[in-house]
Design a protein around this ligand. Structure first.
Ligand SMILES: Nc1ncnc2c1ncn2[C@@H]1O[C@H](COP(=O)(O)OP(=O)(O)OP(=O)(O)O)[C@@H](O)[C@H]1O
Ligand SMILES: [Mg+2]
Length: 655
């Protein structure tokens, strides 16, 4: 029979009935004659009483178990090899599907009159004392009742097909976002997917985990580490070296310039200038990189001279141009003001082309940059130079502008298309705490580059340019500290890359961080709308919590009202002197399925997840154990030297 009130949080009255039945059974058995029973009848009656006592005892114990469950702080630590995984599902942790019953139970557990029932009784206190629980036991904090409202948990899995709808993980600091990332990427690595991990701050445990799991899955040869904070052991990557359209180079660089103040006004100008340089470099057969862009941004003339020479050599209307240019006389005063401040060689080449009426779009665009007076031009591109300076200074310079001809440099050079074709596992440490701007510029260019690769996979499939069929691979991108990385470059990656098998999992503390970084509420809303799966750990900010709670329906909460009344009458003719009335009345009210305050009280490592098309699940995630793992490298240096050994073994095969 379904009762309107479940009432699990109460004293275990059943145990009293069980005790009475058990006592009665004992009495009947010991002295049947006192009950006027024969021995056989006493045996039968005792059997019935024992059955009743057992039944009531189980019911009572269920109540006690439920109460103990509400206050149980549980720790869920698993060894790495025990993390479950499957080819077509993703394991999130243990938990249950949250529905109206759980909202009701949580509501009851919060009532002031029930608080005594949440404290351990004498037996509970004794067992806790005897079990001598370790201090970490309670270190997860929060309100254990949120998970305790459902004693029956099971493994919670999410369909892999849902992952291309992208996943957003929100949680305040130190509540388990990065550990969850470890659990998820461990499974992605075992599943054989391309795994790309962005770690702006550089969480060493995360790096160790990626490497250990790559080794466990036998994929350590596919592992790359790019780390701006440790250039000596980092792979090299040219953020502007690969593109499907040449204009991407300018967009990736100009996109990093501030959008406010004076530099915003000149952003378009800088874009055009970088674009011209990139086009000229590509036409000359050189790969654009930060170093060249920096060099030619300070002085474009050497590039102009190289390009003009290359162009005029191939131009039919310019036969014998070298001699003509040598003997050309130019009256400086007749030139535009801009050209007057420029070097002689550059000016003669531009003049030669002008007099001969020769036209080439790149040459023309390069020449047009000379029309500005040099000091004025430098002001126009002033915002570009400091950024380029940063990207090309110090030990990171060689990482970002790799010299492919330097055979003595063992550090591998990677690009996304080859990583994807190879089925790579890439860890990107951006060291944003040391240099935020460089981290953001590199991170954003990497996203832009990835988006461009996604576009090409979408159009042509993987393995473009390689012989034979390359199987389609899923690409799992884990972006920790997502708020540090997010820029305009990320939006198309979320919008379109699902079709190319890209599945982004982004981890961040508050949604306001993302809004602040992106600078527009509408755009932030667009980003939020692109995450179909939401996992919310403990959050501190109401606006962030509402990202989940506002998507949930209202439910009906049942409460009881106890009322008693008495009325008396002074009519002597009336038989009744007074009437009394006691009643328990049930009322229902509408309440949100979850309130933001529930999310503020979640213990560490616990979350609410909106999966399978908006189904709410309460989960607790495993904490992967790093301490007893023989494959876990001790430090970043150890990983670096293993990777180096592998690279050198590969590039210099033993004779
Ligand atoms: N599933 C879990 N169970 C129990 N404790 C956990 C769990 N996950 C994380 N913790 C505890 O929380 C601590 C912080 O976890 P983690 O580094 O993942 O937090 P974070 O959310 O990534 O923090 P930050 O925002 O500072 O990067 C861990 O060291 C661990 O003690
Ligand atoms: Mg973290």
């Amino acid at each position: 029979m379904a009762y309107p009130l479940e009432s699990l949080l109460r004293p275990a009255y059943e145990l009293r009935a069980a005790a009475v039945s058990a006592l009665a059974a004992a009495g009947v058995m010991t002295k049947p004659s006192a009950f006027l029973l024969t021995r056989e009848l006493a045996l039968g009656l005792a059997g019935v009483l024992i059955c009743h006592a057992t039944w009531r005892c189980f019911a009572g114990l269920r109540i006690l178990r439920y109460r103990a469950n509400l206050r149980r702080q549980r720790r869920y630590v698993v060894a790495s090899e025990d993390i479950p995984w499957s080819a077509d599902r993703l394991f999130l942790g243990r938990g249950f599907h949250w529905d109206q019953r759980h909202t009701q139970r949580l509501h009851e557990a919060r009532l002031p009159e029930k608080q005594d029932l949440l404290k351990p009784g004498l037996i509970g206190r004794t067992t806790e004392f005897l079990r001598d629980l370790p201090p970490e036991h309670s270190a997860v904090g929060g309100d254990p009742a949120i998970h305790g409202v459902e004693p029956a948990e099971s493994d919670i899995w999410m369909d892999i097909s849902d992952r291309v709808g992208h996943t957003l993980v929100l949680g305040t600091t130190r509540v388990g976002k990065t550990r969850l990332a470890e659990v998820l990427l461990t499974q992605d690595i075992r599943r054989g997917e391309v795994v790309i991990v962005f770690d702006p701050k550089g969480d060493i445990d995360l790096l160790r985990r990626v490497y250990a799991e790559a080794k466990r899955a036998g994929r350590h040869n596919e592992f790359f580490m790019f780390h701006l904070g440790h250039p000596e052991v980092s792979a090299r990557y040219n953020p502007v070296g690969s593109f499907s359209r040449i204009t991407e180079v300018a967009t990736r660089i100009a996109g990093q310039l501030p959008s406010e103040g004076q530099s915003a006004a000149f952003k378009e100008f800088v874009w055009r200038f970088v674009n011209v340089m990139a086009r000229a470099l590509v036409a000359l057969g050189r790969k654009p990189d930060y170093e060249q862009i920096n060099r030619y941004a300070s002085n474009v003339e050497p590039l102009l001279i190289d390009y003009f020479e290359h162009w005029l050599d191939g131009e039919s209307g310019a036969a014998g141009w070298r001699e003509e240019v040598e003997s050309m006389a130019i009256d400086k005063k007749s030139l535009d003001k801009g050209l007057q401040s420029r070097g002689f060689r550059a000016v003669t080449l531009v003049e030669y082309a002008r007099r001969k009426k020769l036209y080439d779009p790149i040459a023309n665009a390069l020449a047009s940059t000379l029309n500005y007076e040099k000091s004025y031009f430098d002001k126009l591109v002033a915002s570009l130079l400091p950024l380029m300076e940063k990207l090309t200074t110090g030990r990171t310079a060689a990482l970002l502008s790799p010299d492919l001809d330097d055979a003595s440099d063992w550090r591998p050079v990677f690009d996304w298309a080859s990583v994807i074709n190879l089925g790579g596992i890439v860890y990107i440490g951006l060291d944003s705490l040391s240099d935020y701007e460089v981290a953001a510029a590199v991170g954003n260019s990497m996203f832009a580059d990835l988006t461009s690769v996604a576009g090409s996979i979408y159009k042509f499939g993987t393995g473009r340019g390689l012989p034979g069929e390359t199987p389609a691979r899923r690409i799992a991108i884990h972006a920790d500290e997502f708020n540090e990385l997010i820029g305009d470059e990320f939006i198309p990656l979320l919008n379109k890359a699902g079709g190319a098998g890209f599945q982004v999992t982004a981890y961040t503390q508050t949604w306001s961080d993302v809004e602040a970084r992106i600078g527009s509420l509408a755009k932030a809303g667009q980003i939020a709308g692109n995450f179909n799966t939401l996992i919310m750990l403990r959050v501190k900010e109401v606006a962030t919590a509402e990202l989940l709670t506002s998507q949930l329906p209202e439910v009906r909460i049942v409460s009881t009202i106890v009322s008693s009344s008495v009325s008396d009458t002074n009519d002597p003719g009336d038989f009744a002197d007074f009437a009394s009335r006691n009643e328990d009345r049930i009322t229902t009210e509408s309440a949100p399925m979850l309130a933001p305050s529930d999310l503020v009280q979640l213990p560490k490592g616990q979350a609410f997840a909106l999966i399978h098309g908006g189904q709410l699940h309460k989960i607790r995630m495993p904490l992967p154990d790093a301490s007893h793992d023989p494959l876990m490298p001790v430090s970043l240096e150890a990983i670096g030297s293993e990777v180096r050994g592998r690279m050198e073994g590969r590039s210099n095969p033993a004779p």
